[in-house]
Design a protein around this ligand. Structure first.
Ligand SMILES: Cc1ncc(COP(=O)(O)O)c(C=O)c1O
Length: 377
């Protein structure tokens, strides 16, 4: 009998109390009492017994509108995670034969949704400087079937961000060629500077947002999209949560967004200190390097190509022997996934110290194994 393949997520969830979670760009730095007080109050009031107000808590909608500066011509749709928004808009705006300009590496779940609607992504290779799309590359890739540009900013997994001039140039291309821009801004709050594509192409842009990463609420599954009112209505036809999104998630998101100015500064300071610490550790391990530094998000990739180490092997060694969970690249890149592992770092300092101990040791263990396999083959 052959052994079933190792399931890192099953293992990590089974050992979740011991595992250092640096694998999903989640945020473990937001003061936990903010969300828990809001959820406890909603539990005491037994708000879970009724359906929520279907369009979403008015306060939550207002907070999102104010946070992004959306105008009265724009609508906000609240969904069960940004993921549901991404699925809905792919269904609503794409059809068979359409093409979406995207990148490799990328957040590939979006590519999967594009494919489900019968379309395909045209993945521009960006695992080289500047490690993001450029307006020149996008312009060259536009063809008769192009319908959409996927602009994830900052970009998961690389951590690269777009300068305002490039956002403007891509927005102008979308206007000139009558294309949609899917502006996924899940990691916006981590960036030093950020420009929404809707600033330059308000009629063409659908902004997808989330409270999973900035607000540290990934397990509650809340996010949404926003755009011109008629466009949001068109997308909302594909809303499966017709009876509203989980009320506990909504009250927690409202409480966390309401207090954002109080806690965001310290989350960013710790996240930035952590990425410096990781950079210093990576610098001590021969053959490993950071393609993008500093990251504009709360993750980046560690390149392993010159270390001769397979990311899957390293992921397994880090998790099983050291209890540190990073994500191997194959999940994020068809072409370059064999070269890197992704680390996220909105974690308390003790987690980063666990990484600092584990990473050099795990690479040292996996490296001779990789060389032995290479010699034998
Ligand atoms: C670029 C990007 N968009 C969307 C999501 C999913 O967000 P949510 O948790 O709100 O569904 C992620 C999660 O990692 C992401 O990286």
């Amino acid at each position: 009998m052959t052994e079933p393949p190792f399931d890192a997520f099953r293992y990590a969830h089974e050992h979740r109390k011991e595992v250092v979670w640096m694998s999903q760009n989640t945020n473990h730095l937001v003061p936990p009492e903010i969300a828990s007080a809001a959820i406890e109050e909603a539990l005491r009031e037994r708000r879970y017994e009724g359906y929520p107000f279907a369009p979403g808590l008015p306060e939550l909608r207002d907070l999102v509108t104010a946070d992004f500066g959306f105008s009265s011509d724009e609508a906000v749709q609240i969904t069960s995670g940004g993921t549901e928004a991404l699925y809905m808009l792919a269904r609503a705006l794409l059809s068979s034969g359409d093409e979406v300009i995207a990148s490799d590496p990328s957040y590939l779940i979006i590519h999967k949704f594009v494919e489900l609607s019968g379309s395909r992504t045209r993945n521009l290779e960006i695992y080289q400087p500047p490690f993001r799309l450029t307006s020149d590359a996008v312009r060259a890739a536009i063809g008769p079937k192009t319908r959409m540009i996927l602009l994830i900013d900052p970009l998961n997994p690389l951590g690269s961000g777009y300068p305002e001039s490039e956002v403007r140039a891509i927005a102008e291309l979308a206007q000139d060629h009558k294309l949609w821009i899917l502006n996924d801004v899940t990691y916006r709050d981590f960036a030093e500077h950020h420009t929404l594509a809707r600033t330059f192409a308000p009629s063409e842009t659908i902004t997808v947002w989330s409270v999973s990463k900035n607000c540290g609420l990934a397990g509650l599954r809340l996010g949404g999209l926003a755009g011109p009112k008629e466009l949001v209505q068109r997308i909302a036809r594909y809303n499966t949560n017709d009876l509203g999104v989980n009320i506990l998630a909504q009250v927690a998101a409202a409480a966390t967004l309401r207090t954002k100015s109080r806690w965001l500064g310290s989350v960013l300071a710790q996240t930035r200190a952590n990425q410096q610490r990781i950079r210093d550790v990576v610098a001590t391990v021969p053959g490993t390097s950071l393609p993008v530094y500093p990251s504009q998000a709360n993750m980046f990739v560690i390149d392993l190509a010159k270390a001769g180490v397979a990311p899957e092997e390293l992921q397994k060694e880090l998790l099983l022997k050291h209890g540190v969970f990073l994500r191997s690249g194959s999940y994020l890149s068809p072409k370059f996934g064999g070269q890197f592992i992704r680390a996220s770092f909105s974690n308390p300092p003790k987690d980063i110290e666990a990484f600092a101990k584990a990473f050099p040791a795990a690479v040292a263990t996996v490296r001779p194994r990789a060389s032995a396999v290479a010699r034998a083959s």
